[in-house]
Design a protein around this ligand. Sequence first.
Ligand code: TYD
Length: 210
Amino acid sequence: MSEHRGVFIAFEGGDGAGKSTQVRLLAERLRARGHTLVLTRQPGGTALGQALRGLVLHGEPMTPRAEALLFAADKAQHVEELIRPALGDGKVVITDRYTDSSVAYQGAGRDLGADEVHSLQMWAVGGLVPDLTVIVDITAEEGRRRRGEVHDRLESEEDSFHEAVREHFHALAAAAPDRYLVVDGSADPERLADEVWQRVEPLLEEGGAA
Ligand code: TYD
């Protein structure tokens, strides 16, 4: 049983995996059934988060530890200002990326150590864990092809970086299958949305979400 009344769902995956499409499709289904939703993304989602997003994705060069701390600061603000209050009100909160992005990108991709980055992230969010994390899986090669033009500091990393990130997402899901769903990002988006829905629907009944 989770600590809150609402339902907290995170979407994770490599760059170009199609997470945002899945977030949109899930949001449409939830709205059609009358649920009150908060849709958000990391980094970003608050005024401070937007400023940090500019810095960390498009700002001056920075060390891996500085990068990890900026992503953690975004999450600390986001959880306190937006996510916890919404969950307390019984809402369904969907976030496009959460702590696992940092564990995979900074911990595995940047080589800072997944355990250390996980501890940092859990400190930042006061231990708030999603009821369900959906990992939209994509190979590094396919992700690069779909992204086309390079947009930010992380996206412009080599395929080997993105493969390390992908492997780590798999490891996280394998360690806690009851809290994760891995879907194939190369499959038909509507079919993926059905798979996601099958996992989300029972959570709505359990949680008594608004
Ligand atoms: P974004 O434009 O949100 O990418 P996407 O549409 O693929 O989600 O950019 C977020 C980038 O930041 C993405 O490359 C992943 C990276 N990231 C981290 O490295 N650590 C984190 O904690 C988070 C939230 C994102």
